[in-house]
Design a protein around this ligand. Structure first.
Ligand code: NAD
Length: 252
């Protein structure tokens, strides 16, 4: 019960890494609010958590819309009484393809969700953190920010922005007792996998990507959730500004 009594908002937690974090945080005692575009899948995760005796709720939220993220933060406060942890996990990419073919619309949408969405959620949460005397922010970046693969340059750069925003805010918000960390997952078996690979998800194609990961497999939602649990918990009380690679050695 590492998170007993804590309230966590997790964006993009209707599937993939976010759903893994929602399940583990709830199992460890947190009340979890999921903000996701996909309301139906989010409600399924909430129901699974409730079936196991955990506390969770969801709302439909597009993190690229300021009103939506403000409503998400308010709902956490109104329903669960506080906000202790904000996990900015929602993210998108264009299909893996040559940089020359990325459209302005794709660029704008990726930056609106992956970068501005993180910025607006943090700005929305900060008044609550300030009032409470502190808080914890965890941003899901990527090994794409550290060891980028070709065909994903715009996505990679958006995750680089998340990384530097996290480190900058760790320094700027420390006087408010707000910790800011990031996790850099390696390619994982989630909804984004085919988008990243740019080809069908066949065992042969997977092997090509797994070949670049020393521990010999893709990441899982459980891998990311366990690292996230540590970073948002009081056990990491003196850790801020790190970008933790959860990557089976990919960035070595
Ligand atoms: P996923 O597609 O399974 O989950 C992403 C979730 O975000 C979905 O539930 C989706 O509905 C939601 N979402 C998308 N746009 C949204 C928006 N505008 N507002 C609110 N919710 C939105 O993918 P995932 O792999 O679990 O991705 C989670 C995070 O992990 C992303 O930030 C992604 O960039 C990052 N990441 C993924 C990998 C990987 O290989 N899967 C690797 C490194 C980093």
């Amino acid at each position: 019960m590492t998170l007993r009594g804590k309230v966590a908002v997790i964006t993009g937690a209707a599937s993939g890494f976010g759903a893994g974090m929602a399940r583990l945080f709830a199992a460890e005692g947190a009340a979890v609010l999921i903000g996701d575009l996909d309301g139906e899948k989010a409600r399924k995760v909430v129901a699974e958590i409730a079936d196991l005796g955990g506390r969770a709720d969801s709302l439909v939220c597009d993190v690229s819309r300021r009103d939506d993220v403000a409503a998400m933060v308010s709902k956490a406060q109104d329903e669960f009484g506080s906000l202790d942890i904000l996990v900015n996990n929602a993210g998108i990419s264009h299909q893996n393809k040559p940089y020359q073919e990325v459209t302005d619309e794709e660029f704008d949408r990726i930056y609106a969700v992956n970068v501005k969405g993180v910025h607006m959620a943090i700005q929305s949460a900060l008044p609550l953190f300030e009032a409470a005397g502190g808080g914890v922010i965890l941003n899901i970046s990527s090994t794409a920010a550290l060891r980028p693969r070709p065909g994903l340059s715009v996505y990679n750069s958006s995750k680089g922005a998340v990384q530097i925003l996290s480190k900058s805010l760790a320094a700027e918000l420390a006087p408010l007792k707000v910790r800011v960390n990031a996790i850099c997952p390696v390619m994982g078996d989630t909804g984004l996998l085919e988008t990243f690979m740019g080809q069908a998800d066949t065992p042969e194609n997977r092997e090509k990507f797994i070949g670049g990961i020393p521990l010999g497999r893709l990441s899982t939602p459980e891998d990311i959730a366990r690292a996230a649990l540590f970073l948002v918990s009081d056990q990491a009380a003196f850790i801020t500004g790190v970008a933790l690679e959860v990557d089976g050695g990919r960035c070595v």
